[in-house]
Design a protein around this ligand. Sequence first.
Ligand SMILES: *Cc1c(COP(=O)(O)O)cnc(C)c1O
Length: 403
Amino acid sequence: MTVQSADLIALEQQLGANNYKPLDVVLSRGQGVWVWDVEGRRYLDGLAAYSAINQGHCHPRIAAAMIEQMGKLTLTSRAFRNDQLALFYRDIAELTGSHRVLPMNSGAEAVETAIKAVRKWGYEVKGVPAGQAEIIVCADNFHGRTLAVVGFSSDPESRGGFGPFAPGFRMVPFGDADALEKAITPNTVAFLVEPIQGEAGVIIPPAGYLKRARELCTQHGVTLIFDEIQTGLGRTGKLLAEEHEGVEADVTLVGKALSGGFYPVSAVLSNSEVLGVLKPGQHGSTFGGNPLACAVARAALRVLVEEGMIENAAIQGERLLQGLRAIRSNIVRDVRGRGLMTAVELAPEAGGARGYCEALKTRGVLVKETHEHTIRVSPPLVIKPEEIDWLVEQFDAVLSSGN
Ligand SMILES: *Cc1c(COP(=O)(O)O)cnc(C)c1O
């Protein structure tokens, strides 16, 4: 019996928690930038699992590394050592220039880990009075879905009904360095920020913002944490988005593409003494740093670099931006992006981005609205120029005036 999309969708509706509103396309296969649904229709993946599939679907070298490791050893817990962990530390430290690494699984866990570590650092190193540590975050941030994290979200959808929340967070507008400066107190232990706000709709801060944030943090003894879970690992045309302004965070969070979409792997990368405050028994995760995750992550990093994906993101991102900007449309309000992290913001009169995502789906392009009016376009970094051109044609067909 062949199972059709409609049956699977009905089953999902009946049995699942309805915490997502996916497009009605049921995928069963993927390769590179392409995915196929259960009926065999082919689509270009213009979302790449929110940038977790930077290396393209089912990258053969990552798959091979995973299969090889699966036949040897998958999980030891951190009660014992495994022969992949040290090599993962070495590889990612060499690549990013970090001095300490703490492996976790999901992105939200990496964020939670960083929050715990900087608070402890605040008390033990900076000398903040017990229980008084403050962390500055930005309005419209997205750092995941755990309780502490949604507690400092400004999105009513993310936090509504889930309180009470953890105290100790202060919010400033994104992109406003003066507001950051005003919010810093002697009890500020960290400033947590996305170099480009992804979920908010690919919001790029004014030039010089990250640099100024770096200076303010250095000046006031505040740990600068960049959440590069979405912007990192090649997405913006650099290994880390911080490189666009030539700054270095004290703590960098990576996840998503760290496994090329094969497995949840995240990490806290630390350039200062922050991770040094954690002592045995004070933090952990059963699956964090397991040999399978480490082998997969090592392969995912290797292909990203060796196959020129980061450079390709810069080149194809520019081509995509030019192409989308050339579309003559009276419903497009803004096209913005860096590397292959791109967004098309529609005017409110367009009546929401969702309908356009549906229309693109019928033309073989899968993209997703973020908030009401913005379509994010973030295909795998292995995309070719002719595929960019085809993608732009489909956007043109759906958005252009006079069609
Ligand atoms: C996706 C994302 C997270 C959360 O990652 P999960 O793996 O979904 O927990 C955190 N921060 C940013 C910037 C993200 O894009």
